[in-house]
Design a protein around this ligand. Sequence first.
Ligand code: SAM
Length: 252
Amino acid sequence: MRIDILTILPGMFVGPLEEGMIRKAREMGLVEINVVNIRDFTTDKHHVTDDYVFGGGPGMVMKAEPIIAAVEHSCRWSEGEGVNPRVILLSPSGEVFTQEMAVSLSSERHLVFICGRYEGVDERVRQTVMTDEVSIGDYVLTGGELPAMVITDAVVRLIPGVLNKEEAAEEESFSMGILEGPHYTRPREFRGMYVPEVLVSGNHQLIARWRRKEALRRTWHRRPEMLRDAVLSPLDRKLLAEIWLEEGAAEN
Ligand code: SAM
């Protein structure tokens, strides 16, 4: 996979792309990440990337020409490879990013992120080169750089070979349609709090049942709306009934 991140602040990516899983994925050759300075695609003497808003109003808008030139430059690679690039504009007006979207993007060959700044980008970027408009949540950040990092992180860890078997993403929150349950590591006792007996029992069937039940319990408490859409097995329904009884008993 190749990821091109188009920004006027390339320095923001120096740390995040050079640590942890992303660094490992790059070193293993599983992903190539290029941070592209939009300013390099300006044609004027002062390398201007923004201008005043037509019609008046506060703030500045990012100019279309250098962004489109940068996207076209990046997309020459996908043209050569015969693949369709996903050109993703980061924007609070976009479709809200989810794990499902991360899974879908992780099977693409070429992602191009456009990081906006100021009031955003000239509308003609949307009309020409953009294929997707994505938001990372209902709040406004100063730029698209952090959203590009968030999405890159969520996508790269799903590329086959990036996570090892122990870290496999299949049983994580959202991938299972519900949240993940609690985890414990050593010591078995810490400040009077004990690791649940079942987890040290060695009985794998009981451990799997406990984990599923606690995942369901956590989802029920924190994100009950997820249970409405989750695919629940007959055992899940039984576990939920048990939780309901236990929680009811705890309340009384
Ligand atoms: N005027 C814009 C609006 O009201 O939607 C907000 C612009 S914001 C200050 C500057 C840039 O940050 C945006 O163009 C976008 O690239 C990025 N950005 C801010 N919040 C974001 C979010 N929640 N998701 C994705 N990108 C975001």
